[in-house]
Write a protein that binds this ligand. Structure first.
Ligand code: FAD
Length: 319
């Protein structure tokens, strides 16, 4: 059996940021992820200036492509509001791999299935043993299922269902558009250009509200792509669209149970207004690492519940 002081399950932004802070304190850390990196992750890849600040980095220092939005164009029931700001889009396939490499943590591919406790240690799939365990495995995190679910049941009305596509496209319009409640969607749809000729389009809505309206995310997707084609924002749509579910911010009762910690989507931390999850994942990963290093209780209270203030007051995070 392999022994490690700390094992993190999931190498996304939450897990790799936690590992990065722990490695800075010379901790013995292993990340387990079911997929080898670089891996594709369904995501629009919008990040706020707060994210660069949390990472002690900047778009200039980032070795991959970044696209800057100087304005966000909101359409709320067909009323246009353009908000001056500084926001960024990255490609998750690049960004997550950069975060993981930069963490300096050991990495092994493993789809974790079973976790049990024994004499103050966690045993993972009868192959690994650790004193501290961090659950960073996203919505279906095995740490959440085995240790946290009973104390922190998920609130079904916070479940967001999404459909999304990212593809190479010679776009003409480099702006980011967000359509809220369009066609009665209980959520929003987006057109988000990325650097080096990529585009990301998608929709997300509250699952329970869609059900109550007797409609499906697929029906909204069909309407959305028709609209993008009619507006000339795209001239073709590849047919490899994918779906994913995740949860908006919960009132998490216990993000720490003994030496087990829950971070990122596993802890349901995406913001209530925009479903922003990358920043909260990184922030919670860092907070969990600090709690382990200092031996203090872990709390997610400092992780913002809304994105809007970071969009309006972006300049607070310039470094
Ligand atoms: C369509 C869509 C668009 C989005 N757009 C944005 C956006 O523009 N901006 C934003 O901030 N947020 C966005 N989000 C939310 C954001 O993607 C997530 O909140 C963020 O990825 C959470 O990071 P994480 O590290 O917690 O989880 P993840 O990034 O999901 O990483 C979890 C990792 O755990 C691994 N894992 C899972 N199960 C196991 C297992 N059993 N064993 C081992 N490893 C396992 C996975 O392979 C994965 O690598 C979007 C989400 C969706 C679905």
């Amino acid at each position: 059996m392999k022994e490690k002081e700390i094992i993190i399950i999931g190498g996304g932004p939450a897990g790799s940021s936690c590992a990065w802070k722990l490695k800075q304190a010379n901790k013995d850390v292993l990340i387990l992820d079911k997929r080898p990196f670089p891996r594709l992750k369904l995501c629009a890849g919008w990040i706020t200036p707060r994210v660069w600040k949390l990472l002690e980095s900047s778009p200039r220092a980032y070795p991959h492509s970044v696209h800057l939005f100087k304005r966000l164009h909101y359409f709320i029931r067909n009323r246009k509001i353009s908000v001056p700001t500084r926001q960024y889009s990255i490609r998750r396939v690049e960004f997550d791999n950069w975060l993981l490499k930069r963490s300096g943590a050991e990495f092994e591919p493993l789809r974790v299935r079973q976790i049990r406790s024994e004499n103050g240690y966690f045993i993972i799939d009868e192959q690994y043993r650790c004193k501290y365990l961090v659950g960073a495995g996203g919505t279906n995190c095995p740490v959440y299922r085995s240790i946290f679910e009973k104390q922190n049941p998920r609130e079904s009305h916070k479940r967001i269902t999404t459909m999304e596509l990212e593809f190479q496209y010679d776009y003409r319009d480099p702006n980011c558009y967000l359509w809220f409640f369009d066609h009665d969607l209980p959520g929003y749809s987006w057109y988000a250009p990325k650097a080096n000729g990529y585009i990301n389009i998608g929709i997300g809505g509250r699952f329970d509200d869609l059900k109550a309206k007797e409609t499906t995310i697929q029906q909204h997707w069909n309407y959305f792509i028709e609209k993008l084609l009619n507006k000339g924002l795209v001239n073709h749509i590849p047919n490899n669209v994918k779906g994913y579910n995740y949860y908006l911010r919960h009132s998490l009762k216990q993000p720490q149970i003994g030496n087990a910690f829950l971070v990122g989507d596993a802890a349901s931390l995406a913001t209530l207004d925009m479903g922003e999850g990358i920043g909260p994942a990184i922030h919670s990963g860092i907070l969990a690492a600090e709690a382990i290093i200092k031996g203090k209780p872990y709390s997610v209270k400092k992780v913002p519940k809304y994105s809007f203030w970071d969009i309006l007051f972006w300049w607070r995070y310039l470094i």
